[in-house]
Design a protein around this ligand. Structure first.
Ligand code: INI
Length: 160
């Protein structure tokens, strides 16, 4: 049978998480943050194991995420933001810049950087994903724990 390696949702006492959250569209991002903190708590993370960094908007998320990642003090970084489409190209520039930056940080620093930045058409879609129908922040907490454990397992298996 093929050997399968998969991250587990097991709480490890030494797990450390960084969260970067944008203040732009704060009514939404504060709910993503609440959901994320609750998700981490539910999976056994102590409050002292979590560092929250606030930035003005989603465009600034990658830089702060990079500082956290480069410090090597965290097992995963969770990025929370909300970009709502307007009438101009600004939406694409902010959303694409944020997504590309987050991917770059993750690959360069070899650490899971979870993308929980909503990119939506309107405020209603944002509210649905910030608690009304689901909470992307809470989901991101689970994804971060799984990916942190996967990286641990892969490094144990492969070395380095
Ligand atoms: N930032 C967001 O997080 N969401 C948005 O919808 C948004 N819009 O629409 O403009 C937004 N803009 C600010 C941007 O992220 C930067 O903070 C700003 O451009 C300064 O660099």
């Amino acid at each position: 049978m093929a050997r399968t390696i998969e991250g587990q949702l097991v709480p490890r006492a030494d797990l450390k998480m960084g969260i970067v959250v944008a203040r732009f569209n704060d009514a939404i991002t504060s709910r993503l943050l609440e959901g994320c903190l609750e998700g981490l708590r539910r999976h056994g993370l102590a409050e002292e194991a979590v560092t929250v960094v606030k930035v003005p908007g989603s465009f600034e998320i990658p830089l702060a995420a990079r500082e956290l990642a480069a410090s090597q003090r965290f097992d995963a970084i969770i990025c929370l933001g909300c970009v709502i489409r307007g009438d101009t190209r600004h939406f694409e520039l902010v959303a694409d810049g944020c997504a590309a930056g987050i991917r770059q940080v993750s690959l360069e620093c070899r650490i899971p950087v979870i993308f929980a930045v909503l990119t939506v058409e309107n405020a209603e879609q944002a509210a649905d994903r910030a608690g009304l129908k689901t909470n992307r922040g809470r989901e991101a907490a689970v994804e971060a724990i799984e990916m942190a454990d996967l990286m641990r397992a892969l490094r144990e298996e492969l070395g380095g």
